[in-house]
Write a protein that binds this ligand. Structure first.
Ligand code: ZN
Length: 383
């Protein structure tokens, strides 16, 4: 069954590994896996005739034309609208990612990841999440008829916990930090031999999030903006975007890649700290806490990949305070767009970057990653 999926490559030792239900890291060195490139193409004339979902870029997705897995999982995810918003005095393009089946951009990764699990013949999946990825995995697992166990921090938004449970997944809360939650999930994966539906470790998640930039390219008439401002915790959207930009560039669909500006919350900013030091990898920090729970990742496993992507794009890392996050959330709610704090953090980062650069006329696009209703507990504190 798995022969129809591309092989993994270990980022540590370079070994090629056949995909299988139980494989989520290199069996030899424990390294992080990426997917072997399969030669993406973007036949726009054909793409335009297809349904407006992320699956319209099928020549760039790692599934055989005969696979029924995408059809078994899809809920119409992708092709979210692009609108113009104002940050300070600056007009900025905003892609409304919360207009997704489970109200966050994580549906992109979850749809493709669960389709891969189906293709591999998995019957159950295990995930860990600050909330939104867990909700997306729970929903798509339910859609595909797979059992799901999702580990979340005891401090996660009650709304997200309720969402996970509503889909029939077993939500297991773990006391401690985000890293403790991940460890608990991996122990479960190893003991059960289950498919690890991790948005950090499993490279299929980035195969989904990369479609974000394909859509931007198509929706802007075959071009990319100069700057993409993206939130960074584990970097699931930024790494997917970088992967997708590389595929668009290799296929000669674009002649230059945008600068990637990564946004971190001051209360938990290990990537920003490494960036300031000019380091090649990220050292864990002890976070002071932030309202942006979705990017409060003290030890991002793919930190080195995040730093390399930002550096290679000519971008940078900006840090914003909770006060700026709250202010940006109010600013966008005042324009009709109600965001959870983690999503407002991206807008705050874009505003900060534009002000720092004096770049009021810059060609900038931000994602609006998660709906305001998702973070009900956190937003209640700020009104
Ligand atoms: Zn290895």
């Amino acid at each position: 069954v798995s022969a129809r999926l591309p092989r993994y490559r270990c980022g540590g030792c370079g070994r090629l590994i056949d995909p299988a239900v139980q494989v989520w890291r290199c069996p030899a060195c424990g390294g992080l896996l990426v997917l072997e490139p399969a030669g993406a193409s973007f036949p726009l004339a054909s793409i335009r005739d297809r349904p407006t979902t992320l699956w319209r870029y099928r020549e760039a997705l790692p599934f055989d034309a005969g696979s029924d897995a995408p059809g078994r999982v899809t809920m119409g995810e992708g092709f979210t609208p692009v609108v113009t918003v104002t940050l300070g005095d600056a007009p900025v393009l905003a892609k409304v990612e919360f207009a997704s089946p489970t109200l966050s951009f994580k549906d992109r990764g979850a749809a493709v990841l669960i389709a891969a699990a189906v293709e591999l013949g998995a019957t159950e999946v295990v995930a860990d999440s600050s909330g939104n990825a867990g909700a997306a995995i729970a929903a798509y697992a339910a859609r595909a008829g797979l059992a799901a166990t999702v580990f979340v921090a005891a401090t996660a938004s009650p709304v997200k916990l309720a969402q996970i449970a509503a889909h029939g997944a077993e939500a297991r809360t773990v006391d401690g930090d985000r890293e403790s939650v991940g460890r608990a999930a991996r122990e479960e994966v190893e003991s059960r031999g289950a498919f690890y539906a991790s948005h950090v470790h499993n490279p299929y998640f980035h195969q989904g999030t990369k479609t974000f930039v394909f859509e931007v390219w198509e929706q802007l008439g075959g071009r990319m903006p100069d700057v993409l401002v993206l939130p960074v915790g584990n970097g699931t959207l930024l790494l997917g975007a970088w992967l997708g930009l590389g595929e668009l560039y290799s296929a000669e669909a674009i002649s230059a890649v945008p600068r990637l500006v990564a946004v971190q919350a001051a209360g938990c900013a290990p990537v920003a700290q490494a960036w300031a030091l000019g380091a090649g990898d990220v050292e864990p920090v002890v976070g002071a806490g932030t309202v942006a729970e979705g990017i409060a990742i003290a030890a991002p496993a793919r930190g080195a990949e995040i730093l390399a992507a930002v550096r290679d794009s000519g971008g940078e890392v900006v840090t914003i305070t909770d006060e700026e996050i709250v202010a940006a959330g109010r600013e966008l709610a005042g324009q009709g767009l109600y965001l959870e704090p983690t999503a407002a953090a991206t807008a705050a980062g874009a505003r900060r970057w534009i002000e720092q650069q004096g770049a009021g006329g810059a060609d900038v696009l931000i994602p609006l990653c998660g709906a305001g209703l998702k973070g009900a507990a956190a937003t209640t504190q700020v009104h």
